[in-house]
Write a protein that binds this ligand. Sequence first.
Ligand code: TYM
Length: 342
Amino acid sequence: MTPVPRQRILSGIQPTNHITIGNYLGALKNWVALQDRFDCYFAVVDLHAIVTGRQGLTDNTYYALATYLAAGINPERCCLFAQSQVSQHAELAWLLNCYTYMGELQRMTQFKDKSSKAGRNIPAGLFNYPVLMAADILLYQANLVPVGEDQRQHLELTRTLAQRLNKTMAKPLFIVPDAYIPKVGARIMDLRNPKIKMSKSNPSPEGVLYLHDSKDSIAQKIRRATTDSDTEIRYDLEQKAGVSNLLAMQAAISGKAIADLEAGYQGQNYGRLKADCIEVVSAEVLQLQQRITALLADRPYLQSIMNKGAEQARAVAQKTLAAVNSAIGFVSPCADDKKDIS
Ligand code: TYM
């Protein structure tokens, strides 16, 4: 019997030295859980990162890769690479741009949100950001894309583009991917304002837990987290956004069901919930920090992983790009040479 090929996943995180617990719980932790079941491609999406600036880019790229490894991604099983080292991403992004409508990009909530904060000069890259993301995914014929809730709309656009090109070219050029959004941890909220997503661009750093935060800082931020004037510890996103967020973080890290956590907190107060949350979060983060520091001390090792990953990624990406180029009708350089010789 011929073995069924494993389904493929692709995902990425922008390299900043401000990776948050939201990035970790919404994305990275799930990659680790999925890596044994899928053929995995994980990119450090450095081309995306320069939309908001290139400060510290080189160090941040190593930091992101070290974070992937520290979280438990196995480089022997997964292809880990820097997006900028695989030029096919930028090439396919241009082609997809020609099949994407302005209206579709104008409707992206992340664009609306970020462009409203960008001042007078909004980079065109911010507008085209979701097209590059679609290229990342479609190049690898990914079946599944594990991301946090905030990426759902970008995934929808990716699916639309895949279907549009398949139809326009009358060829199955791309697999139409599905989003994989975890049940718990897909939307970690700001500790100070639990009605908004935890994000490094939030107004106050006090509401954001970073993977590089010290134990004291983690404790202080969680202790001051906004809750409510009630006392009941219950998961209720509408009425109890702050409490629900603390429960979700604990559940995502410990693997315990929210219902079990709620049951264990019957008759307890918010002080208990926060103390437990501090313990669980800081144990996880400090363990990651130790591993990240050790990995960052060996740049040649990190470089060798990126080199190997980029080589593997290029081979897969080029196959897709060549098929798209040919379907569009670009003259292939090889075909032309042969004609000239004859
Ligand atoms: P980035 O770097 O902003 O976020 C990386 C991942 O973290 C998730 N995330 C969250 N999850 C839960 N709660 C939060 N508060 C939270 N904040 C962020 C994001 O959903 C994401 O999964 N555009 C992508 C990067 C990207 C990509 C791709 C992802 C580029 N190309 C291809 C998948 C496939 C992004 O937002 O990165």
